[in-house]
Write a protein that binds this ligand. Structure first.
Ligand SMILES: Nc1nc2c(c(=O)[nH]1)N[C@@H](CN(C=O)c1ccc(C(=O)N[C@@H](CCC(=O)O)C(=O)O)cc1)CN2
Ligand SMILES: NCC(=O)N[C@@H]1O[C@H](COP(=O)([O-])[O-])[C@@H](O)[C@H]1O
Length: 218
């Protein structure tokens, strides 16, 4: 799993973390393409700055969600990725494209799943009075943010937190979490087997946890 395609809709800081880790020799992989639903996404600019092919398609140019997904993933397939990473990709993916890539597509989500699926997770955590929050990397399934969770990073929620402060604290841990999880997938330590996340061949009883040293603890 060394050829990585990234789907992103936003500024692309998680993509940049992957690019920088690969450039620094810390991740034995290659980002072979970046794909977006937004032509002006920061992630597209970052890809092009790094010399990585970037493709953006406009959803309004397609009659249905499925037609858009089929067109986008046809371009994704062209780069023959071993692993597809959703890094701030803000569209629900059609079941067909997801099921055809089960075990080869992951997503980083800014909550401790199964808590707070969907959008606006930091506000939801604050509204719920959560004392702990964080990020999860999971395999993508047809159910939005319902796929098997591979790894998580935890941060405290502080009394004076607002969305800006909390989201910044979570984002700072997303980057090492994504790098450690992609690394575990690329080296074959982690796999999806019969719908279960396996670490060194053993089904996980709970998600791997990102330690203070940025390593994954089983
Ligand atoms: N079938 C799946 N698709 C996606 C998954 C998944 O697990 N299964 N993960 C998401 C990423 N994501 C949160 O991590 C997410 C993306 C998009 C949305 C959403 O509600 N999108 C709306 C549009 C929102 C907007 O444009 O601002 C929509 O698609 O109608 C929620 C969560 C990637 N896709
Ligand atoms: N539901 C998906 C979602 O909210 N994903 C979140 O989008 C941000 C992308 O940041 P980035 O563009 O700087 O990597 C990240 O915080 C990621 O967890």
């Amino acid at each position: 799993m060394r050829r990585i395609a990234v789907l992103a809709s936003g500024r692309g800081s998680n993509l940049q973390a992957l690019i920088d880790a690969i450039a620094g020799g810390d991740l034995a992989a290659e980002v072979v393409g970046v794909f977006s639903d937004r032509s002006r996404a920061g992630a597209v600019e970052r890809a092009r700055a790094a010399g990585i092919p970037a493709v953006s398609l406009r959803p309004r140019d397609f009659d249905t969600r499925a037609a858009f997904d089929e067109a986008l993933f046809s371009r994704v397939d062209d780069v023959q990725p071993d692993l597809i990473v959703c890094a701030g990709y803000m569209r629900l993916l059609s079941a067909d494209v997801v099921e055809a890539r089960e075990g080869r597509m992951i997503n980083i989500h800014p909550s401790l799943l199964p808590a707070f699926k969907g959008l606006h997770t930091h506000q939801l955590a604050l509204d719920a009075g959560a004392t702990e929050h964080g990020a999860s990397v999971h395999f993508v399934t047809a159910e939005l943010d319902g796929g098997p969770v591979i790894a998580q990073a935890r941060v405290p929620v502080l009394p004076d937190d607002d969305v800006e402060r909390l989201s910044a604290r979570v984002l700072a841990r997303e980057h090492p979490l994504l790098l450690a999880t992609v690394g575990a997938l690329v080296e074959g330590r982690v796999r999806l087997v019969d719908g279960q996340v396996c670490d060194h061949g053993r089904p996980l009883a709970a998600p791997l946890q990102l330690g203070d040293d940025d390593r994954l603890l089983g």
